[in-house]
Write a protein that binds this ligand. Structure first.
Ligand code: KIV
Ligand code: NA
Length: 275
């Protein structure tokens, strides 16, 4: 299993880090088998698994429940779990308590927090307490209400400078990794250059230290519309849809089950059982 030092070394040696989200036992097993360097139990689970229209309704209990399943599916992969909406803002004590639950009860190796400012202090408190913290800047979906939608961030001179400052502050506070979402590739390249820690991009171009994508987006599972930065490598919906409708069809036409899927016994033993 990769640890913080290995990830740091990958950056130094210019080896790209591949991160995949996972939310349950089978997706984690597949991500591990595919050779992902890190798995993210993202709060995107609220949208892609639980059917909410944002990540805001996701709870600590949801993250613990799903991280436990991911852990069982990927026992040998570095697992990062998202701290859900408002679980790391009210106080340091509350933040540490929630992070401890994610590590001790659920078994993740690091936690991810969105934003800078006050959150930078939480990253410091976590790191000081022995909890590896992953920072998340750029488009931070838990702040969709404040940002006014899911839009590319850091496009103006001021916004770009602010993002770079925030990234440096997160690193100084002890962040192990930075996830950078939806920023122009040129800005991502500068941030990657200026930081010692690995910068993992999503919608941040090719000049980062690694990439992360959502499992459902990669596989084409349960997603109708994907953002520009997503490349779909599979058509799970089509494959699975075909399997399910074939099954329904065969049941209705008495094709399934055939002899090969059926148990038998000596029929003489049943004599006298019919009234
Ligand atoms: O929740 C998530 O899947 C994420 C990634 C998109 C970085 O935070
Ligand atoms: Na997330």
């Amino acid at each position: 299993m990769k640890n913080r030092t290995d990830l740091q070394k990958m950056k130094q040696e210019d080896q790209p880090v591949a991160m995949i989200t996972a939310y349950d036992y089978p997706s984690a097993k597949q991500a591990e088998a595919a050779g992902a360097d890190m798995i993210l139990v993202g709060d995107s689970l609220g949208m892609v698994v639980l059917g909410y229209d944002s990540t805001i309704p996701v709870t600590m209990e949801d993250m613990i429940h799903h991280t436990k399943a991911v852990k069982r599916g990927a026992p040998d992969t570095f697992i990062v779990t998202d701290m859900p909406f408002m679980s790391y803002h009210s106080s340091k004590a509350e933040t540490l308590k929630n992070a401890a639950r994610l590590m001790q009860e659920a078994g993740c190796h690091a936690v991810k927090l969105e934003g800078a400012g006050e959150v930078t202090e939480m990253i410091r408190a976590l790191t000081d307490s022995g909890v590896p913290a992953v920072a998340h800047l750029g488009l931070t979906p838990q702040s969709v209400g404040v940002l006014g939608g899911y839009k590319v961030q850091g496009k103006s001179k001021e916004a770009a400078a602010k993002l770079l400052q925030d990234a440096i502050a997160c690193e100084k506070a002890g962040a192990a990794v930075l996830v950078l979402e939806c920023v122009p590739r040129q800005l991502a390249a500068v941030i990657r250059q200026e930081l010692y820690i690995p910068v993992i991009g999503i919608g941040a171009g090719a000049e980062t230290d690694g990439q992360v994508l959502v499992y459902h987006d990669i596989t084409g599972y349960g997603v109708s519309r994907v953002p520009k930065f997503v490349k779909q490598y599979g058509q799970a919906d089509a494959d699975m849809g075909k399997a399910l409708s074939s099954y329904v069809d065969e049941v209705k036409n008495r094709i399934f089950p055939s002899a090969e899927h059926t148990f038998t016994m000596n029929e003489e033993l049943l004599e006298g059982l019919y009234g």
